[in-house]
Design a protein around this ligand. Structure first.
Ligand code: CA
Length: 654
């Protein structure tokens, strides 16, 4: 199809970009979508240039089934909306909209679409469903709340997880493989004695406070009619229905109620286990141009330049025009809905550098009304996008314009292990002497673009690119397993002893690898199989992997015990953290002195032991070699050496 069929043309773009259009057609109501009551159901769609719109009602949610019960014309409402109240009980009936245009391009635009504001839908998200949300609530849902609501942001430890990866392999011992429900199965173990926990018990035991789940709204790529097809896999950054959970994660993708109920049960179970839940949201692009909102209002949802060329900062060919009033409202309404209806505790914004700061601040304002402290962060990359009007974007350099919105710190990520874009490039842990300078600001939680440690998400790896362990092995040819482990431990210790909020890629604590059948490492495993992506719990039965896990767990315990690792203000970080002078580019030594305590941290990436030039009598050793213990490993000697490629941490009461 020609681009023009989705409104990618100059004429439509100009029309939407006028102040007159915004003034006339910005709808402020909160009834978009369908609203169920036993006596009647209300349908509202925003489509300012449609000639006519009708609602088609179906018995089933499967678009392959021809079972239309009726089709009823809608009436023109305010500000470009179409409305219809249908008398009678439409509970669990499915529906679509038929939209017809009276315009020179009408042959392209007439269409049947799912409701962009759908809150429930049938298999593969082609038909929306009239839902009674109250009936989807688990027992005692009113009492469900964020178990970590009293923590401050930098007390959090985030675990970035794909719903399917936790349970897809047999070693998980989890029954509901790849499902929402699999995320919360308790008492699953990997060993015959039943002592080594997997799944949620492992996450809890590790000390994680927040699970960040990769997208779980309804995405396009997986065929939900074959939910047990293990060959199909996707991360979910391909949004189809923004306000509906993904069907392949439910036990029945055909019944629109099931995925909603099961997701709510899952969130509740996380909360009962002391873990908060963060939703990964992708508003910067859609799966493709056939997104139902864009079909109802051709060309409105996306950015194109004055020549009608698509803006492509997202690399998906359809950057969302968040600066347009009804797109901005759509995004804010969606986040608010998830926070309220599903009790979510945070949102991670994919490529937030493409979204305007006003939209993000509006989201903050609305969430604060629900409750203060709902956690927001995202990828504030500087991307090449073409705005439909002048506005500021939510990228790192503009973080000062945002209110309580953190961003991923790629400075520390790349300084630690080498650039994610250069496979062979080494970072500090692998002996790159140029990396040290780049890390110092980040250790204080103050990379150049930030205003405070609350702006900063520190990490060494996530779902994108190679896993940390694979990257280490790729940029250090012929490295031994033992030496690669040492670099891995050094990497995570830098994240955990830096100010800011730490994020751990699920499975990094057991040296996660994404190895293909030919033995090669997979960088972007978005379409790889479960055998590449699944977390291999069997590793925990081997001592060398269990030791790594214990080190991660010890790191988290130390962070939780010592609040001088969790500053929330720039002033505290600047005042209390002092770097020791040393001329070795592969050694970083610093102290954090506060509230009657001093912590001394040494990161030694060199191939030689490093002697601390200080009398350490009276200090306790917290981290040494492959051990990390909040209660302390031993008393320090007056003279101490950090072994090659290792971290040492000492603490004393002053
Ligand atoms: Ca789907």
């Amino acid at each position: 199809m020609d681009n023009i069929s989705y409104g990618f043309n100059k004429k439509w773009n100009t029309r939407y970009s006028t102040p007159e259009f915004e003034n006339t057609y910005t709808y402020q109501g909160n009834d978009l979508g369908s609203t169920y009551a036993r006596e009647k159901t209300l349908f509202v769609l925003w489509s300012p240039f449609a000639k006519s719109v009708s609602v088609n009602i179906f018995e089933h949610g499967d678009a392959e089934v021809s079972d239309m019960l009726e089709s009823v014309s809608m009436n023109k409402g305010e500000n470009g909306t179409w409305r219809l109240e249908l008398e009678g009980d439409y509970l669990n009936k499915y529906y679509t909209y038929s939209v017809k245009f009276d315009d020179e391009y009408n042959q392209f635009f007439d269409c049947e679409i799912c409701d962009p504001y759908a809150k429930a839908c049938g298999v593969n998200g082609k038909r929306a469903m009239v839902v009674d949300l109250m009936s989807t609530n688990p027992e005692n849902w009113e009492a469900d709340e964020d178990p970590n609501r009293d923590l401050k942001q930098n007390d959090y430890v985030i675990y970035e997880l794909h719903t399917r990866d936790l349970s897809s392999l047999d070693s998980s011992g989890i029954k509901n493989k790849g499902k929402f429900l699999g995320l919360t199965e308790n008492k699953t173990t990997v060993d015959s004695e039943g002592t080594i926990a997997t799944g949620i018990d492992h996450i809890k035991e590790m000390g994680i406070t927040h699970v960040h789940l990769l997208p779980f709204y309804d995405y396009a790529t997986i065929d939900e009619s074959k939910p047990f097809n293990s060959e199909e896999y996707n991360w979910g950054y391909d949004p189809l229905n923004y306000n509906v959970p993904e069907g392949s994660y439910s036990t029945d993708p055909y019944d629109g109620n099931v995925r909603i109920k099961e997701l709510k049960e899952t969130i509740k179970a996380f909360h009962e286990n002391g873990i908060s839940v963060i939703m990964d949201v992708v508003y910067n692009h859609t799966f493709n141009e056939e997104f139902c909102f864009n079909k109802a209002v051709p060309g409105y949802f996306y950015r194109i330049d004055e020549n009608g060329e698509r803006s492509n900062g997202s690399a998906c060919g359809n950057d969302t025009a968040s600066e347009r009033s009804m797109v901005s409202k759509f995004i804010a309404d969606s986040v608010e809905y998830w926070a309220k209806e599903y009790h979510l505790d945070g949102f991670r914004f994919d490529l937030v550098g493409l979204i305007d700061v006003d939209t993000i601040n509006e989201i903050r304002r609305r969430l604060d009304k629900i409750r203060p402290g709902i956690f927001l962060y995202g990828e504030g990359w500087d991307l090449n996008t073409v705005l439909t009007r002048e506005t500021k974007l939510a990228k790192q350099e503009n973080i000062y314009l945002l209110n309580q919105f953190a961003m991923f710190n790629d400075d520390i990520r790349d300084a630690i292990k080498g650039s994610v874009f250069e496979e062979a490039e080494k970072g500090f842990i692998s002996g790159n002497e140029e990396s040290k300078e780049l890390m110092l600001d980040s250790i204080k939680g103050l990379p150049t673009w930030s205003t405070s440690p609350c702006d900063v998400i520190n990490y060494t790896s996530c779902h994108d690119n190679y896993t940390l362990f694979d990257k280490i092995r790729l940029c250090n040819e012929n490295i031994s397993f033992e030496d690669a482990v040492k670099q891995n431990l050094l990497a995570i210790s830098i994240v955990m002893f830096s100010q800011g909020t730490p994020l751990i890629h699920a499975g990094e604590e057991i040296l996660r690898t994404k190895t293909d059948t030919d033995g090669s490492y997979v960088s972007d495993s978005v379409r790889s199989s479960d055998s590449v992506n699944g977390i291999d719990w069997a590793k925990l039965k081997q001592k060398e992997y269990m030791d790594v896990y214990q080190y991660y767990k010890g790191m988290i315990e130390i962070r939780k015990k010592y609040d001088l690792l969790r500053y929330n203000t720039k002033e505290e970080a600047e005042k209390n953290i002092m770097f020791a002078e040393n001329s070795n580019d592969l050694v970083i030594e610093y102290t954090i002195t506060d509230k009657g305590r001093e912590m001394l941290v040494v990161f030694n990436a060199s191939q030689k032991p490093y002697s601390v030039d200080k009398d350490l009598s009276g200090y306790t050793v917290l981290v040494e070699g492959n051990q990390a213990k909040a209660s302390g490993i031993r008393k320090a000697e007056s003279k101490e050496k950090a072994e090659s490629v290792s971290t040492m941490v000492f603490v004393k009461t002053l």
